[in-house]
Design a protein around this ligand. Structure first.
Ligand code: HEC
Length: 143
């Protein structure tokens, strides 16, 4: 049996269409305790981190088109699992050295943390000013 380009293309199309029906969780659970922070720190985190580390994810159009949507919903789920600013109090950051050092590391890594995302949405990258402010903010909690 030989496969013509046309038959491969049409089967691919069918598979692509079927993929769209795989149910995914794209929900924003209620914000339990949005972390209290100074304005500039908050807005920087909101811009660069909240899509994966809060319950206030801005779901892009791409989040609705399989198979990209699978990657997006998976990333958000494991991001929220690792750190969720909507379910965190400032004491949780201050009290746990492991939290502070991890956040410090990610901030200084820049877009190396989740490269694909920052490439896709360059407007969410931290500016130098924001990065400096965040480093200063987190440093006060690192013993
Ligand atoms: C595109 C989604 C996405 C964005 C945006 C994002 N993260 Fe993450 N982050 C993840 C995922 C997924 C993980 C868990 C897997 C891992 O450690 O890479 C994670 C893990 C972490 C961890 C835990 C690391 C560890 O070693 O356990 C910290 C801290 C963190 N992110 C901070 C941030 C900060 C701060 C920002 C904003 C400057 C940010 N992230 C932006 C997806 C994201």
């Amino acid at each position: 049996m030989t496969f013509s380009f046309k038959s491969i293309a049409s089967w691919s199309l069918v598979v692509l269409i079927l993929m769209q029906f795989v149910p995914l969780k794209r929900i924003n659970p209620p914000v339990i305790s949005d972390i209290q922070l100074p304005g500039f720190i908050k807005s920087s985190l909101k811009k660069a981190c909240y899509d994966c580390h809060s319950n206030e994810t801005r779901w892009d159009t791409i989040a609705y088109i399989a198979p990209a949507s699978w990657l997006v919903s998976n990333t958000v789920a494991s991001g929220r699992n690792a750190l969720n600013f909507s379910e965190l109090k400032i004491q949780d950051i201050a009290n746990k050295q492991q939290n502070t050092t991890k956040i410090q590391k990610v901030i200084s890594e820049g877009s190396a943390h989740q490269q694909l995302y920052y490439l896709w949405k360059p407007e969410t990258c931290l500016t130098d000013k924001e990065r400096k402010a965040l480093v200063q903010w987190i440093n006060q909690y690192v013993q």
